[in-house]
Write a protein that binds this ligand. Structure first.
Ligand code: GLV
Ligand code: MN
Ligand code: MN
Ligand code: MN
Length: 438
């Protein structure tokens, strides 16, 4: 009998939920902030420890482990027809500051458990099965989201810009990579590009990061599309000065320009009239950052997303106009308005969606087709492979603030139940098995 609630064909198909939870908890201990929060930034010591941990599990499972120049890690179970495109899965284990332990991690450790499950059940793959741990899905260190998968997708401009980018400590990408054990020549960046037809399918397992599955009591989400993300960096410069001595009419406060722009972002997003348009100012820094000094510089990072690309782009244009207007009205200089990325949405592939639906039905698991409002490495894998994503519920977690509980992600309270993770692992395993034989 199954310990995880399966019946029928799933009865012998049992996920090691305890082992998976133990691994998730262990991985969460590699963190630069105290539990329950997790902070694991690209190429930091904790990231290196997490990488070692993942490679260790891949080795234990007997997978052939390969790393590319930027540290995307691949664990391959070779199929009987290894010349065919492989079936890939995977996600990330980097974690934004003060976040939780499930984002991305479920799609890496859960994928490794799916492989283990297939091995335990005697499955023999025809197409090889790959588990990928992507480098830096989160934009924390260099401002570039989905860095590893974006590069795998073969974006030449990214390979060029990575030669020059620095973090906020002025450490270059290449130096940071080297300190984590990835010493490369700038020309090696192109070697990360995936060869055509490397994958016949790519499936990512991830927590939903939103409230729908939890609210509706549905264990599996099948993602049909990923919303289009964009991010923008803005800087204003004014004269600054003494907070007591400079009278109000004489000021050109870069901080107030930033505050006004942050409110304009909210206004323009709401003007779109669609619930699918979202905008966030998640970074707002003032210089020199002293209570008694008028901000002479401000720096904002703005995240805008929509399932409709044109509508998102319209919002970006309005934000640009507001930034210019605010700088005029306040007598500050708009010294930077830079679109870091402005990605189109991605659609899941019909055959991958069908395989995921088949798997959920086989397992008697109710599912819902839905969009992903968060971005994922799948957004870029979709450019080089037929793509699909499996979502599991993301609970409101251990705490509930206020009268209407909402689901948590990118917060320490992030939580997915062992049962939901086991369901996700089984759907992933069956989907991969099916696609491996096609
Ligand atoms: C990824 O973490 C996102 O912000 O969607
Ligand atoms: Mn995330
Ligand atoms: Mn994620
Ligand atoms: Mn993400």
């Amino acid at each position: 009998p199954a310990s995880d609630g399966g019946e029928g064909p799933s009865t012998a198909f049992r996920v090691d939920s305890e082992g998976l939870q133990r691994q998730i908890d262990e991985l969460a201990s590699f963190s630069d902030s105290p539990a329950p929060s997790v902070t694991r930034v690209l190429y930091s010591d904790k990231d290196v420890q997490a990488r070692r941990y993942i490679k260790g599990i891949m080795n234990q499972l007997g997978l052939a482990v390969r790393e590319d120049a930027v540290g995307n890690i691949f664990g391959r179970w070779e199929g009987s027809e290894a010349v065919l495109g492989a079936v890939g899965t995977g996600s990330h284990v980097d974690a934004i500051p003060f976040s939780g332990k499930y984002d991305g991690v479920v799609g890496v450790l859960g994928a490794l458990e799916a492989i283990s499950l297939l091995k335990r059940s005697g499955f023999q793959p025809k197409r090889s099965l790959d588990v990928i741990m992507f480098t830096s899905e989160e934009p924390t260190r260099f401002g570039i989201s989905c860095l590893g998968s974006r590069l795998m997708a073969g974006i030449e401009e990214l390979a060029q810009s990575l030669r020059k980018v620095v973090d906020n400590q002025n450490v270059s990408f290449l130096d940071a990579a080297e300190s984590a054990g990835y010493k490369m020549h700038p020309e090696d960046l192109q070697s990360v590009f995936l060869k055509k037809d490397s994958y016949s399918a790519f499936i990512e397992l991830h927590i939903e990061q939103g409230p729908i599955l939890e609210k509706e009591g549905i264990p599996i989400g099948i993602v049909t599309a990923i919303a289009a993300p964009a991010s923008i960096t803005v800087e204003f410069e004014g004269n600054g000065g003494h907070a007591g001595a400079v009278l109000m009419p004489a000021r050109n406060d870069a901080g107030l320009a930033a505050a006004e722009l942050a409110l304009a972002v909210e206004k323009h997003v709401l003007e779109s009239g669609s619930i699918d348009t979202v905008g966030t100012v998640g970074i707002l820094q003032l210089h020199p950052g002293a209570i008694n000094s008028i901000p002479s510089k401000s720096h904002l990072e703005i995240d805008v997303r929509d399932i409709d690309e044109k509508r998102r782009n319209d919002v970006i244009e309005k934000i640009r106009r507001s930034a210019t207007e605010i700088s005029k009205n306040r007598g500050v200089v708009l010294s930077e308005f830079r679109i870091i990325n402005q990605d189109p949405p991605a659609l899941s592939d019909k055959s991958v969606v069908e395989a995921m639906e088949f798997a959920a039905k086989q397992l008697n698991l109710e599912y819902k087709k839905m969009i992903s409002r968060a971005y994922h490495d799948s957004l870029f894998m979709a450019r080089v492979s037929p793509m699909g994503m499996i979502f599991i519920p993301c609970y409101k977690g251990l705490y509930s603030i206020g009268p209407s509980p909402f689901s948590y992600s990118h917060k320490p309270e992030e939580y997915a139940s062992p049962e939901d993770m086991a369901n996700g692992v089984k759907v992933l395993a069956l989907t991969m098995a099916k696609l491996s034989l096609e």
